[in-house]
Design a protein around this ligand. Structure first.
Ligand code: PLP
Length: 383
């Protein structure tokens, strides 16, 4: 089996698991407890929080641990909009883009129930936002703009510092879902200098454990978010609940691994991606890349295969773990991300997404090219 679906999730790095293990049985105390065991765990978490904050160019108090990016997106969007609708009831618009992950799109659409006015911005055929269309949407007083840094189906990378500056010019807050960009872009992610007010990150996309993520909430000037649920006032009351210490330790290790090894990994995966595209296009010249080629992650590609249905192709190569769209979307539903980039139904249904990661080998890439080509050839010939 060859795993080519690192955008949907990554395996835990073994070094992450090793770092986590002592925190299940030995250092198991509640980080809020006053005793010596609790204090030890609290100090460990403080150190991890400070290290992660430093890597992201922010301060510790701005980092909130959540159960993942879905929860971080929900708190960022619902929490900030609830506060602002209460305090500035005349400003209602919340803007996001058509290719966002469902945890942003559905949340923004549901903000209508608390009086907000959701506005879904279309994207261009390359998946990028046209800044003029954002400017036009911002002519109506806007609470918040939410734009993902990198797309989970196409890998297309938006110009976040530019879009956040534009949003601020019109007085709107800026939220960014960094789930797919974190650990995968060579440029260092610097939340403050990128002009981000609220951000979301997921542990299981960066070789950390599932069930942990980060919400960044800017402190100066202070961004207010109301909690989605109430409890013991952990995480500054923004996210109550006993801290999942082993998961936080794993997340911290995952961050330090990509801090040390990330650039080398990105270069290696970029060379695999170039190899795969060149070799496939040499055999099947009509293979097309969906989305911007220039502004895209180096570990993934979304490809359109001529004259075949992607599901027929995948049925021939069950040992290749890749997909036709997001794992969060129902498989029988054609990708709304590709549809919103203007692809026809037939083009959408002939597209697959493929992503490499830390454990991918060159040999696997060579086999993938060979097997994809043979499957395409057989399906087209109907053999
Ligand atoms: N946002 C994006 C862009 C994603 O790709 C994902 C994962 O599928 C999420 C959010 C959800 O992350 P989590 O699984 O941590 O809730």
């Amino acid at each position: 089996v060859i795993y080519l679906d690192y955008q949907s999730t990554t395996p835990c790095d073994e070094r992450v698991v090793e770092a986590m293990l002592p925190y299940f049985v030995h250092n198991f105390a509640n980080a809020n407890s006053e005793h010596i065991l609790g204090k030890y765990v609290a100090e460990t978490i403080d150190k991890i929080r400070a290290d992660i904050a430093e890597m992201l160019g922010v301060v510790s108090q701005e980092i909130i641990f959540t159960s993942g990016a879905t929860e971080a997106n929900n708190i960022a969007l619902q929490g900030s909009v609830r506060y602002l609708i209460d305090h500035y009831p005349k400003t209602k618009r919340v803007i996001t883009i058509a290719t966002e992950h469902k945890s942003v799109l559905e949340t923004v659409q549901n903000l209508q129930s608390i009086g907000a006015d959701p506005f879904i911005l279309p994207v261009q055929s390359d998946g990028l936002i046209d800044p003029d269309s954002l400017k036009a949407a911002l002519q109506v007083p806007t609470i918040l703009v939410s734009v993902m840094a990198a797309n989970n189906e196409t890998g297309v990378i938006q110009n976040i510092p530019y879009l956040s500056a534009l949003s601020h010019e019109y007085g709107a807050l800026f939220h960014c879902d960094l789930s797919q960009a974190c650990g995968k872009v060579s440029e260092k992610i610097q939340l403050r200098s990128w002009g981000i007010d609220l951000a979301s990150i997921s542990g299981h996309k960066i070789y950390g454990p599932k069930g942990i993520g980060i919400l960044y909430v800017k402190r100066k000037p202070r961004v207010r978010v109301e909690p989605l649920f109430y409890g013991g006032y952990q995480e500054r009351g923004i996210r109550s609940g006993t801290l999942p210490v082993p998961l936080i330790v794993g997340l911290g290790k995952a961050f330090s691994l990509f801090q040390n090894e990330g650039n080398e990994e990105i270069r290696r995966l970029a060379s695999y991606k170039r190899f795969l595209i060149n070799e496939l296009q040499a055999r099947i010249p009509q293979v097309k890349i969906n989305g911007s080629i220039e502004y895209a992650l180096s570990n993934c590609v979304n490809l359109q295969f001529p004259e075949v249905k992607a599901l027929d192709l995948l049925a021939r190569i069950p040992h290749l773990c890749l997909s036709t769209g997001s794992a969060c979307n129902h498989v029988s539903m054609p990708s709304y991300v590709l549809q919103s980039m203007g692809l026809s139904e037939q083009e959408v249904l002939s597209s697959i997404r493929l992503s490499f990661g830390r454990m991918t080998t060159k040999q696997e890439v060579v086999e993938t090219v060979h097997d994809l080509y043979s499957a395409w050839y057989d399906v087209r010939k109907g053999t």
